[in-house]
Design a protein around this ligand. Structure first.
Ligand code: AGP
Length: 610
């Protein structure tokens, strides 16, 4: 989604803004722009559709836009097509205000109509421009009071950066339902929608909360509530290295992150296993509260939802309690059935996905306890949940998630074992066997990654297929969902995942000569059933690529065209191994098709609009 960066200090602002925007590129965008106060009574704006390089060239890397205070923005179009004029920053008609915005102003039509009736002329089709025009319309010489007045008139979700020509030594930042972070420096201060834009300049940050307004100057940062009363905010220290958000010699972030999975899994799991027991010191649920849970609802979007799908099978098996998995965007509008004995597990890499956040708030409102599994420390979901377990994957930059998926799954194993133990649902032999295998997963992941050329070879055979089905049963089906999403989001090949038994209830009509079917068969007890489905699609002309375990490989090879095999492990943990060939296959197919892997079309890393 859109990215915001703002700077006030003694250095030239434009190069810093461009650098910050570069670090936000991964979020997905279609245009970019900067606004800088020129020191002579005017705000200069340069903005352009397309890659950041276009903006960089237009401003000669920022040198053609002098000034020490400014705002930058990368836009992911919602209202109005991607174009130069619809890009941010937006100016008010007399040039008094420049505004950058993430989110959606829901009542922009009525505000636009009102302002047009007052003689205001709009330049763009965006919802954001109404904020700039309204600021100018309401301006009475008191900047903060004007901002407050405008906030009373607008509805929706917004993170705003505001620069006023009449007070060119301050930036105003506003947050409601869209993340905004303040970066604290010596003699300078920053604002950004994402910590990655700040980390090169400062590690001391303040996470803004909803309905807060901040005033940034060279001298410092003040935060106010909606009534303009000062709020005391505790600065937080960001401890990850800047190199973690850089490619480090890899061609793509996605590939780097695939390769980082053994380490991410280790970092997430190993510190939480002490003397072969799962110890969740960071979990604030008491043993009594855990024992009291009678129903679990997992809520998430996209790949995080797919982790939920896998987890349903695992948790139900371990806990013998009902586990539902809900798409966050559906949950909040479905009059969900939850009680105070329900545990809602919310999964989100970014911790900012608006649907997941809204669903979590609804679950809390209905009285459920909420446990969030989140990667980004200090994110909104992490701060608002009752309980949090972090996935220590490090910053994930590629739009297509890989290491976050793996670490979310890892945390779910830990939660499953921990709860099962407290609930008295697991015998010690099974517990010990799973923990023992859990510790071996990273090295088994490494052995798959060492043989990646094998999967690259399959990708080179199948990359030209236009339609790919993933079929599996139970957990294999849930992994197929992720395999299919990975493939379609970065390679743009039409793909669907099906519970294999469902195929003959309709979808098999689409299978014809040249359709590729990826058949997942990791589980012995369902192997024969799945192989019958493989025979059905083969007899209709499909090419079949199988994914199974070393133990079952030989049996699978007899029927399919090609086989990928992962090391054997405890059945509950197989998803952690199975998903890696799926990720690599999607990556290599996209590479061979010449796709922009880290910035797939139409997609954003963090989806902060509904
Ligand atoms: C996966 O590759 C996606 N980019 C996407 O489905 C993602 O998992 C989804 O948007 C949820 O994001 P979150 O985990 O940050 O909430």
């Amino acid at each position: 989604m859109c990215g915001i960066v703002g700077y006030v200090g003694q250095e030239q602002a434009s190069p810093i803004l461009l650098d910050g925007l570069r670090r936000l590129e991964y979020r997905g965008y279609d245009s970019a722009g900067v606004a800088v106060y020129d020191g002579q009574g005017g705000i200069r704006v340069v903005k352009a559709k397309g890659r950041l390089q276009v903006l960089s060239d237009l401003t000669q890397e920022g040198t053609a836009l002098p000034g020490t205070i400014g705002l930058g923005h990368t836009r992911w179009a919602t209202h109005g097509e991607p174009s130069d004029v619809n890009s941010h920053p937006h100016m008010s008609q007399r040039g008094k205000f420049a505004v950058v915005h993430n989110g959606i102003i829901e009542n922009y039509m009525e505000l636009r109509e009102f302002l047009e009736n007052q003689g205001v002329t709009f330049a763009s089709q965006t919802d954001t421009e109404v904020v700039a025009q309204l600021l100018e319309y309401c301006y009475n010489g008191d900047l903060m009071a004007t901002v407050q007045k405008v906030l009373h008139r607008i509805r929706g979700a917004y993170a705003l950066g505001i620069l006023c020509r009449d007070q060119p030594d301050v930036l105003v930042a506003v947050r409601k339902d869209s993340p905004l972070i303040l970066g604290l420096g010596e003699g300078f201060n920053l604002l950004a929608s994402d910590v990655t834009a700040l980390i090169r300049y400062t590690r001391d940050v303040v996470y803004m909360d909803d309905n807060e307004i901040a005033l940034l100057s060279t001298a410092g940062v003040q935060v106010f509530d909606a009534y303009l009363q000062p709020v005391d905010k505790e600065p937080q220290r960001v401890d990850w290295e800047i190199s973690a958000a850089e490619k480090g010699g890899y061609e793509h972030f996605m590939f780097k992150e695939i390769m980082e999975q053994p380490k991410a899994f280790r970092d997430t799991v190993f510190p939480r296993i002490v003397n072969n027991r799962v110890v969740l010191e960071d979990l604030s649920l008491t043993p009594e509260e855990v024992r009291d849970i009678d129903h679990i609802v997992i809520i998430a979007c996209g790949s995080s939802y797919h982790v939920g799908m896998v987890s349903k099978y695992i948790l139900e098996k371990l806990l013998r309690k009902p586990v539902e998995v809900a798409l966050a965007s559906e949950f909040r509008y479905s009059d969900p059935f939850v009680t105070e004995r329900t545990l809602c597990i919310v999964i989100s890499q970014s911790g900012e996905t608006i649907d997941t956040l809204a669903a979590m708030r609804e679950a809390k409102r209905l009285g459920a306890k909420v446990l969030a599994i989140v990667n980004v420390v200090g994110s909104t979901i992490a701060r608002e949940a009752d309980h949090v377990l972090y996935t220590w994957a490090g910053p994930e930059i590629a739009v297509a998630t890989t290491k976050a998926y793996s670490t979310q799954l890892a945390v779910m194993y830990l939660v499953g074992l921990y709860f099962a133990d407290l609930m008295g649902r697991i015998d010690s032999n099974t517990y010990d066997a799973i923990v023992c295998e859990l510790l071996r997963i990273p090295s088994k992941m490494e052995s798959i990654l060492e043989n990646k050329e094998h999967i690259q070879y399959f990708a080179s055979i199948y990359f030209n297929h236009d339609s790919i089905f993933f079929i599996g049963r139970n957990i294999d089906y849930a992994i197929g969902l992720e395999g299919s999403l990975k493939l379609k989001e970065i390679s743009y090949i039409h793909s669907e995942a099906y519970a294999a038994g469902e195929l003959k209830h309709g979808t098999i009509s689409l299978v014809e000569d040249g359709t590729l079917v990826v058949a997942l068969a990791s589980y012995g007890q369902l192997f024969e059933k799945l192989m019958s489905n493989v025979v059905e699609v083969k007899s209709r002309g499909a090419d079949v690529l199988g994914l199974t375990t070393q133990r079952l490989k030989e049996s699978m090879e007899k029927t399919v065209d090609a086989t990928m095999a992962v090391p054997d492990t405890h059945p509950m943990l197989l998803p952690s191994l199975d998903v890696i060939p799926m990720q690599l296959f999607a990556y290599y197919v996209a590479l061979m098709r010449g796709c922009d892997i880290d910035k797939p079309r139409n997609l954003a890393k963090s989806v902060t609009v509904e």
